[in-house]
Design a protein around this ligand. Structure first.
Ligand code: FAD
Length: 466
């Protein structure tokens, strides 16, 4: 049965194929299918014909060959956190990498090798015991695969760069089923493209990252009353202009979670605030972050030394899998007074506890790398913001989606033009092109070399150059 045959019929080619695999291959009607087809965004409801939970690289290669030969739609899943649900598909094959969890730390060389199905929680756990870390995402359950190939940033980014800037090499299964190593000296064009170009060029089965001596950090939120939102955002802008690179801080509008460490009178109140993480000597953290508390009085401040993996998993309880997600985002050159006015108009209407309006810094070490040195193109902006409506209940999502759209429309004229690809939903090819600006043409050429038939197209897709 090739592409287009009815699901549920006996398919001799598929029956034979699944016997060649080590990992489970789950089809509709089989035990575990309902759980296996689900991704993190509960809004996504797709029914693949086959989900392979690959046990090793050989399984990945076999799956790529089979999907190509049978012309099956092919979705690749790392951590499954893609908001548009690129980790699953209708009527095709899913390559689920979640069983590829191997991690090897080389403390003496300060490198870590991470298999393609690891999450950031897996990586931080493995490296922290050696007092080492590499920049990763802000939530421990996000996959290394999608986050790194899209660029990736987190609390260590101002100091040590984007996640992809710390990638030393990668093993990539390309559309022809070959396993290629990409690095500064091997398949350099592929190495350039997978640092920001997403899953377009192949499946990364192993990532090698540089590590840094980061163990304890000084971190936590400082929250302000909404009446001071305009002043607080201007303060944040001016403070970040001179803040040392060791300090990462993002601005947020939020509903206060109803539990510790937040005091009971603040529970479920809408506030604004700054979440900070200082990765220099923790003994200096209090002094470096003191201006955040002096611009006060804060409604609440909780800044303490803590192990790096703790700050990396602090927000996990707010974001379990299965919630409904609708996001929009943009890069911005500067937090101008016009932008601030837009935030102050829409931010306080944040609809749920799980929703987010975050403004993340994109400066410091991000700016040390030239815009054409990797596929990630926006190296000269100061911030990226994300406007995310997240809800356990699907019923109010149409209303929440309007909040996101109106908010984004008000800010977009003041943006740098494009958005971080990992924050895009399914927004069309113009939005993808504007996220890569001058790098798009080169990406299309590399795509034509490694995936001329666009096998890897369930992603922020870059069409192969003609
Ligand atoms: C709660 C949450 C928090 C987030 N926080 C951050 C953050 O702090 N910083 C940040 O930069 N981003 C963040 N993101 C965005 C995140 O980078 C993207 O959602 C990313 O796509 C997630 O990767 P994944 O592997 O979990 O997703 P998946 O849905 O599995 O994959 C996403 C895309 O990447 C491709 N892909 C996945 N694994 C591989 C691989 N091994 N090789 C090749 N392609 C692969 C997939 O095919 C798909 O196109 C966050 C997302 C969520 C939901």
């Amino acid at each position: 049965m090739g592409h287009g045959a009815a699901p549920g019929l006996i398919d001799p080619a598929m029956e034979t194929f699944v016997t060649t695999l080590r990992g489970p291959a789950i089809r509709p009607g089989q035990e575990g299918y309902e759980a296996a087809r689900r991704v993190y965004n509960g809004m996504i409801d797709r029914r693949p014909r086959l989900i392979v939970q690959c046990a090793d690289v050989a399984d990945v290669i076999r799956c790529v060959d089979f999907a190509r030969e049978q012309r099956l739609p092919l979705a690749v899943r790392g951590g499954g956190h893609s908001a548009p649900g690129f980790g699953t598909c209708d009527d095709g094959m899913v390559i689920d990498l979640a069983r590829l969890k191997g991690i090897r730390v080389e403390p003496a060389n300060r490198v870590v090798r991470v298999e393609g199905g690891c999450t950031w929680g897996d990586v931080d756990h493995a490296t922290h015991v050696f007092g080492l870390a590499t920049p990763g995402g802000l939530i421990s359950t996000t996959g290394v695969g999608g986050l790194t190939t899209g660029g990736g940033f987190g609390h260590l980014t101002r100091r040590y760069g984007l996640v992809c800037d710390n990638l030393l090499s990668a093993d990539v299964v390309t559309a022809d089923g070959a396993l290629r190593t990409a690095s500064a000296t091997q398949n350099e064009d592929l190495f350039w493209a997978i640092r920001g170009g997403g899953g377009n060029f192949g499946i990364v089965t192993s990532f090698e990252f540089r590590l840094y001596p980061v163990s304890m950090v000084y971190a936590g939120p400082v929250l302000y009353p909404l009446e001071r939102a305009t002043e607080a955002m201007r303060f944040f802008r001016d403070f970040m202009h001179t803040a040392p690179r060791e300090l990462s801080a993002f601005f947020a509008f939020m509903l206060v979670p109803p539990g510790p460490p937040f005091p009971e009178p603040l529970h479920m109140k809408t506030l604004c605030g700054i979440m900070c993480c200082y990765c220099g000597d923790p003994a200096d953290g209090e002094a470096v972050t003191q201006p955040l508390r002096d611009f006060g009085p804060p409604a609440f401040a909780f800044n303490v030394p803590m192990p790096y993996p703790m700050v990396q998993s602090m927000f996990d309880p707010l974001l379990p899998p299965g919630l409904q997600h609708y996001w929009k985002a943009d890069f911005v050159n500067e937090l101008t007074d016009d932008l601030i006015a837009g935030h102050v108009k829409f931010g306080p209407r944040i609809p749920t506890l799980n929703s987010a309006m975050h403004i993340y810094p994109m400066d410091g070490a991000v700016h040390d790398v030239a815009p054409d040195a990797t596929a990630f193109a926006y190296r000269d902006v100061k911030y990226t913001h994300i406007l995310a409506a997240v809800s356990p209940d699907p019923a109010p999502m149409p209303e929440y989606r309007e909040w996101v759209r109106d908010y984004w429309s008000a800010l977009h004229p003041h943006s740098a033009g494009g958005a971080y690809v990992n924050f895009l939903m399914d927004e069309g090819k113009e939005r993808i092109a504007s996220s890569y600006t001058d790098n798009y043409g080169r990406l299309a050429a590399v795509k034509a070399k490694y995936d001329p038939d666009n096998l890897f197209r369930i992603n922020q897709n870059i069409k192969p150059a003609a």
